[in-house]
Design a protein around this ligand. Structure first.
Ligand SMILES: Cc1cc2nc3c(=O)[nH]c(=O)nc-3n(C[C@H](O)[C@H](O)[C@H](O)COP(=O)(O)OP(=O)(O)OC[C@H]3O[C@@H](n4cnc5c(N)ncnc54)[C@H](O)[C@@H]3O)c2cc1C
Length: 394
């Protein structure tokens, strides 16, 4: 059996569903496929998003997929010194809502369907070949082999993307840029503040950080990300240690376990080729500092969907034409991502002792009144290398 469509989107995560929705709004015939039988399940995410991010995408918050609202951040140093930030005083990414991703992802796919996309669940893309002016994808759908012929493929197949490789794009993430994430959703968590997202730094999670993202009075996503090349223990072992040692989780019980890769090396050099575009984690479009990729992936999906629809109208699916998406996304994000990469490198260079000194220096600070230069001066006083590593960011 051969199915024909203008645009085939592989992967119904937030980036893929958004791409499908906007390609359909633009008038293209769209098919969205996902290997999962239930879109959104299992989740591989701590589920934090910024309110502003959703607003910019034109998505109205719905109680069905919001688990909790966050307006504070607690940063905890290796020896337990905490620094509190208020969302109103400091612009922080990845805070605002903690989602119920299993519902959110499905909701986004439904939006794509409402805009006119067809959806095939339990459909695994297995092979992609570029032919003259079209793409042929071999897929396993509900146990049957299917061929899908399309003019454009949007690869939204997440951190272990194969679509990019199939299309000849250099999309493999180097091990030093791939964080391994491990997370429990837990009940019985003794939260400091149910409206505060917590981050723990240092040897608790080498190369990354640990987090507690509340989802209810005593419910939270408790997880961490590590760079495997710099620690002999895996993410799960680090997580067990964290949960045992952390006061908030000592008596908590896990009801769910998730693992997943987080590519934190920044966007791919090239994420478009003839007839193929990559969006979201598949294109490395996550914030390299926080590992947050829901909003940036959806933003990419929106642009890619619109560019794909225009390309269909124009009958031109060449890299030259599709590259508009790459250019627009980079215009909006390249500079910010470079800053986040620098901040990540600085954070990774700090010892537990240095992190403690920084936390001590900033504990109780009124961030509302500290300007960027004053902030840098204060930081350089306790961590001189901040000047070299971060100077240009201020
Ligand atoms: C532990 C952890 C915690 C995180 N916490 C946060 C957070 O708090 N906030 C945040 O913003 N981000 C977070 N992230 C990152 C976030 O989850 C991703 O950036 C986001 O899901 C990317 O969306 P996406 O649509 O690109 O890919 P995904 O959500 O990964 O979706 C990819 C989809 O493609 C499907 N697929 C893959 N291969 C195929 C195939 N061959 N055929 C068909 N379907 C296929 C998959 O089934 C999946 O549904 C976290 C990640 C991890 C691992």
């Amino acid at each position: 059996m051969i199915i024909e469509t203008d645009v085939l989107v592989i992967g119904a995560g937030p980036a893929g569903s958004t791409a499908a929705k906007h390609a359909a709004i633009g008038g293209a015939e769209v098919l969205l496929v996902d290997k999962k039988s239930e879109i959104g399940t299992p989740k591989r995410c701590a589920e934090g998003v910024s309110k502003n991010g959703l607003k910019k995408l034109g998505i109205k918050p719905k109680n069905r997929w919001i688990a909790a609202e966050m307006d504070r951040v607690r940063l905890v140093s290796p020896s337990g010194i905490d620094v509190w930030l208020d969302q109103e005083n400091v612009r922080l990414p990845e805070t605002g809502y903690n989602l119920e991703r299993k519902v959110f992802d499905k909701h986004m796919a439904m939006d794509a369907a409402r805009a006119g996309s067809q959806i095939m669940v339990k459909t695994l893309a297995k092979e992609l070949t570029l032919k003259d002016h079209h793409v042929l994808v071999k897929a396993e759908s509900m146990g049957n082999t299917t061929k899908i012929k399309s003019k454009i493929v949007i690869g939204a197949d997440g951190p272990e993307s194969r679509v990019g490789r199939w299309a000849g794009l250099k999309s493999t993430t180097k091990p030093k840029n791939m964080e391994s994430g491990a997370q429990f959703e837990m009940v019985g968590v003794e939260l400091e503040d149910i409206r505060a997202t917590e981050f723990y730094f240092g040897s608790v999670a080498p190369g990354g950080y640990a987090w507690i993202f509340p989802k209810g009075d005593d419910i939270a996503n408790v997880g961490l990300g590590v760079i495997n090349t710099i620690t002999p223990k895996n993410a799960y072992q680090h997580l067990l240690d964290f949960v045992r040692e952390c006061k908030a989780t000592q008596n908590a019980v896990a009801v769910e376990f998730n693992v997943g890769g987080v590519p934190v090396g920044g966007p791919l050099n090239k994420f478009v080729t003839d007839n193929v575009m990559l969006v979201g984690d598949a294109a490395g479009q996550l914030n390299p500092l926080t590992g947050g990729g829901i909003i940036s992936g959806m933003q990419a999906g929106l642009i890619a969907g619109e560019v794909a629809a225009n390309a269909i109208t124009e009958g031109n699916y060449s890299r030259e034409n599709l590259k508009k998406y790459e250019t627009l996304w980079l215009e909006e994000n390249e500079l910010t991502f470079q800053k986040y990469l620098k901040a990540k490198e600085y954070l990774q260079s700090l010892s537990d002792e240095e992190l403690d000194s920084i936390a001590r220096a900033f504990k109780g600070s009124d961030f509302e009144r500290i300007g960027p230069m004053e902030l840098l001066k204060k930081l350089v006083k306790v961590s001189p290398k901040a000047m070299v590593k971060l100077g240009k960011l201020f």
